[in-house]
Design a protein around this ligand. Structure first.
Ligand code: IPE
Ligand code: IPE
Ligand code: MG
Length: 258
């Protein structure tokens, strides 16, 4: 499927796509290369995917870069992944800013090396004025940790006397790191694995799930088009009896949402 095909009917396509970018290690191992090469190629795949996304009517991409559980990997791999964040922001931030992309980093800042936390802050501040496209990077992110943090915020508000009555879904949602971003329409996982691995547990409630066998370093416009096409063939009912064509009204602009 070409970008044009979908671009003619973007109202039918997903506005917010979340990607579990999996399979870097296997991509490298199959070539007899060190895993870090797979991660580096994964960054290239991310660049291709960000570039292709607007052609499919996508306004927001959320990508899983590093989970709270990924700290359990060997120290050299963790350090390689941190190094890739440094180099990605260093080489791509200006271009993303110029392209109208707003960058937002999801996950716990505490626990990140100080220089990475500073880089992440800079990426957010430098692109805060943009509203054409929202790129959310989940880094040191876990869905359970995010829910725990949202619950802690409610406890703090209640202790301060700023919360009364029963807790609503909206109250809790406002404390998540995705607060204000458009609803997640589609979650894609590459590499053939079929699990969420602690990604967007709350936000996944009514997202469509697509699992693709392709390894992340091979991802790009074509594979994204296939995921968008799979989404287009789904009927979303949100618990009702009829299909809902447009779950996220156009009024949900990136600027208003963030
Ligand atoms: C995804 O690729 C990237 C991260 C989790 C950071 P993996 O490193 O998990 O690759 P596989 O699953 O071992 O192939
Ligand atoms: C999920 O992939 C995390 C990221 C893609 C960043 P993992 O490779 O860490 O997940 P598991 O261990 O296979 O569940
Ligand atoms: Mg993996």
């Amino acid at each position: 499927m070409s970008a044009e095909t979908v671009a003619t009917a973007p109202e039918k396509g997903p506005r917010h796509v979340a990607l579990i970018m999996d399979g870097n290690g296997r991509w490298a191992e199959r070539r007899g290369l060190p895993r870090v090469v797979g991660h580096r190629e994964g960054v290239q795949a991310l660049r291709r995917t960000i570039k292709a996304a607007p052609d499919f009517g996508i306004r927001c991409l959320t990508v899983f870069g590093f989970s709270t559980e990924n700290w359990s990997r060997p120290a050299d791999e963790v350090s390689d992944l941190m190094g890739l964040v440094r180099s990605f922001v260093g080489s791509d931030l200006k271009r993303l800013e110029a392209a109208g992309v707003r960058v937002r980093v999801l996950g716990r800042r505490k626990g990140l090396p100080a220089d990475i936390a500073a880089i992440v802050d800079r990426a957010e501040t430098q692109t805060a004025h943009n509203d054409r496209f929202l790129l959310q990077v989940a880094f040191n992110y876990g869905g359970r940790a995010d829910l725990a943090d949202a619950a802690q915020r409610l406890v703090d508000l209640a202790r301060a006397g700023e919360l009364s009555g029963d807790v609503t879904e909206e109250d809790l949602g406002l404390g998540l790191s995705t607060a204000g971003s458009p609803p997640v329409d589609l979650i894609v996982r590459t590499s053939g694995e079929q699990r969420l691995s602690n990604f967007l547990l709350w936000e996944a409630a009514y997202a469509e799930l697509v699992f693709q066998d392709i390894l992340w370093p091979d991802y790009g416009a074509e594979a994204l088009g296939q995921a968008v096409a799979a989404f287009g063939s789904r009927e979303r009912r949100f618990g009702g009896r009829d299909a809902v064509e447009d779950a996220a009204p156009e009024a949900t602009t990136v600027k208003a949402a963030v």
